[in-house]
Write a protein that binds this ligand. Structure first.
Ligand SMILES: Nc1nc2c(c(=O)[nH]1)N[C@H]1C(S)=C(S)[C@@H](COP(=O)(O)O)O[C@H]1N2
Ligand SMILES: [Mo]
Length: 410
């Protein structure tokens, strides 16, 4: 009783579109009566900007911020952001399947028609503007690379645990990371076709989502062999939530550099700026100084972290068991993983399992025979360049790059 009769998908979508248009119309000062009249007359599209017309909008935006199913056994739900539950990786292989991969959307997943999609190259850093169709991009030489994508805010919730004050943003534990095999065209290949100038300095991919999320990188990073324009993920066309038809893969860099739904790439002889390297994704806090026009040191690389494939604060059987986890570094392979069952008094070495790929991760394990009761497990990784996870990370307001050793409660 009282529920909407929206069992047919078409009715459901139409109803949500009408609701959305009504909300927009209301904001623009349209009365309910006039809204219904105009809707009946089919003239709402004309009354509002084309972008919010019934058909145009229905084709562009999904009814939910994330399209794929994100059941609560697999994900923690943060609205447009969905965090992977690590315990589900215990029974899996090296890669995170597309269905389990975390999602981080600033707004919502747009629906892009690959046939109409164009990738535009513009700016003072190339000889002349260039456009690519989906088929043209797919016809270029491609490579496949196994790399992680990790949000700069992964681990953010631990700032509150340590400092007693919350950092701004999604309170991720450690599940805002995934490793996949990405297939695409090296960005260098495409930039060279666009006539990249020697004087070019910054390259900025831009998304087709509502906010046009964009963030620059220096040309040197854009030209690295594993910096890609990706169209396939784990052997499948890129799923809508992960950037269909094409996303950027910027290995080792913070998640937001990996722009999804890329529609435009600006190449410039001058340094480029966006909100995502001046206001956000910069370090703001007592230990950091502004670097105008940025409010603090600008983030580029991710950092070294580890996670256990166990439920967070959950229960496990009191039986001899193999504890598993993964560690990762943007700077190289993982050289050593240590664990402590007594809050850091003593440390043992975990066994590393191949493959061990830089800017992806390594799997490791150890045997554990727990007694009934409460336990914590600490893990500390060291990479081949000698970087080790610290015991503490200074507070920053937006809660980026928390990579200290954490106590995993069991
Ligand atoms: N266009 C666009 N690209 C984007 C984002 C976005 O909101 N819009 N989110 C970024 C952030 S903050 C992260 S962490 C990654 C997440 O990638 P995923 O959703 O495929 O896991 O995408 C990045 N690319
Ligand atoms: Mo992110």
């Amino acid at each position: 009783m009282g529920y909407e009769k929206l069992t047919r998908e078409q009715d459901y979508l139409q109803s949500r579109v009408d609701e959305y248009i009504w909300q927009r119309a209301k904001q623009l000062g349209v009365s309910r009566r006039r809204f219904l009249q105009t809707l009946a007359a089919g003239g709402m599209a004309a009354a509002l900007s084309g972008r919010f017309s019934r058909t145009a909008w229905a084709a562009q935006t999904a009814p939910t911020p994330v399209i794929k199913p994100t059941p609560k056994e697999l994900f923690y739900d943060f609205g447009s952001n969905k965090e992977m539950r690590w315990e589900n990786m215990y029974e899996r292989g090296y890669l995170v399947p597309n269905e389990l991969f975390f999602v981080r959307n600033h707004t919502r997943t747009p629906r892009v028609d690959a046939k109409k999609w164009r990738l535009k190259f513009e700016g003072s850093g190339i000889q002349k503007p260039m456009e690519l169709t989906y088929d043209e991009l797919l016809s270029l030489p491609s490579v496949s690379m196994i790399r992680y994508v990790e949000c700069a805010g992964n681990g953010r919730s631990f700032f509150e645990a340590v400092y007693g004050k919350k950092a701004d943003g999604t309170q991720w534990k450690l599940g805002a990371i995934g490793v996949a095999e990405w297939t695409g065209v090296p960005l260098a290949e495409v930039l060279n076709r666009a006539g990249l100038k020697k004087s070019a300095r910054d390259v900025m991919p831009e998304g087709l989502d509502d906010l046009k999320v964009r963030r620059p990188m220096p040309v040197a990073k854009a030209l690295e062999g594993d910096t890609l324009l990706v169209y396939a993920m784990n052997g499948q066309p890129l799923p809508p939530d992960h950037g269909f038809p094409v996303r950027a893969l910027i290995p080792g860099w913070i998640g937001v550099a990996n722009i999804k739904w890329v529609g435009r790439i600006e190449v410039s002889e001058k340094p480029l700026f966006s909100a995502w390297n001046t206001d956000t994704y910069v370090l703001i806090g007592p230990d950091y100084k502004p670097e105008p026009p940025s409010k603090g040191p600008v983030l580029s690389n991710q950092d070294l972290k580890s996670a256990l494939e166990l439920p967070w604060g959950g229960e496990v059987n009191v039986a001899r068991r193999l504890v598993r986890g993964r560690s990762w570094s943007p700077f190289g392979k993982i050289a050593k993983v240590e664990y402590s069952l007594d809050q850091g008094k003593s440390w043992q070495t975990a066994r590393l399992r191949e493959p061990n790929i830089a800017a992806a991760w390594v799997r490791w394990d150890f045997d554990w025979e727990p007694k009934p009761g409460k336990h914590t497990i600490r893990v500390r990784a060291t990479d081949e360049k000698g970087n080790t996870q610290p015991n503490k990370v200074p507070f920053n307001q937006q809660g980026y790059l928390y990579n200290a050793v954490v106590d995993h409660p069991i």
